[in-house]
Design a protein around this ligand. Structure first.
Ligand code: 3PG
Length: 210
């Protein structure tokens, strides 16, 4: 998926579910739960050994779900994610090798940033959007507004500490096209295979933001 396609999809869903999958068997039911809750997107974090297989399963069995990889911090992970079928790459940090790998494969890359220097690195690769992480800890919307004033060409996806109480505060700023978060698919709910509960949280987030 190109950067433009990814941004268009983010603008549509407004909330990108960040998911942690320990058991690959959970991948498809979880993706279906997100889709049923009108958030047909999953950022599958490369924090568990199941991540690449989970992406492959979702890519194969859930054609309406846009699946990507999160927490991608090096070339090896980026290559594995793309081979598995990741349509986008997200990270908590900026990495030259990940930028080169993703761009080389024509896959959208959204690096994590929280300082002007990080954003300048993203601009070296003409990236049009960045993740702002961890948003809550680094000053939230106030900091994003300061960064946006000097980087008017960049769009932001705040992640980290976003929830039902502050999501619309973030989305009210026009430089923010989407937020990311785990609150719509909490780890304990995945562990309990509470797919209906996850659908309900996604639907609530969708209703709140649309
Ligand atoms: C991430 O994995 O990108 C963040 O840890 C998500 O942060 P959250 O759990 O506060 O939504």
């Amino acid at each position: 998926m190109t950067q433009e396609e990814f941004m268009a999809k983010l603008a549509e869903v407004k909330v990108c579910p960040v998911v942690v999958i320990d058991d690959v068997e959970d991948a498809v039911p979880l993706a279906r739960a997100l889709e049923a809750g009108k958030l047909p997107m999953a950022e599958v974090t490369f924090r568990t050994p199941a991540a690449a297989d989970a992406i492959a399963r979702i890519a194969k069995e859930c054609p309406n779900v846009v699946v990507g990889a999160g927490t991608v911090i090096d070339r090896e992970q980026c290559t594995r994610a793309i081979k598995a079928g990741a349509q986008f790459i997200v990270a908590p940090s900026f990495s030259d090798e990940v930028a080169q790998c993703a761009i080389g494969h024509g896959v959208a890359y959204c690096p994590g940033t929280c300082t002007p220097t990080d954003i300048t690195n993203a601009l070296r690769y003409n990236l049009p959007m960045v993740k702002f992480f961890p948003a809550g800890n680094y000053g939230g919307l106030k900091t994003i507004k300061s960064l946006a004033s000097v980087f008017p060409q960049i769009k932001f996806m705040p992640t980290g500490g976003v929830n039902v109480d502050n999501v619309n505060e973030y989305l009210g700023f026009d430089k923010i096209i989407s937020v990311g978060g785990t609150w719509v698919c909490k780890k304990d709910m995945v562990a309990a295979k509470d797919w209906d509960g996850i659908t309900k949280l996604c639907q609530e987030a969708y209703d709140l933001t649309h």
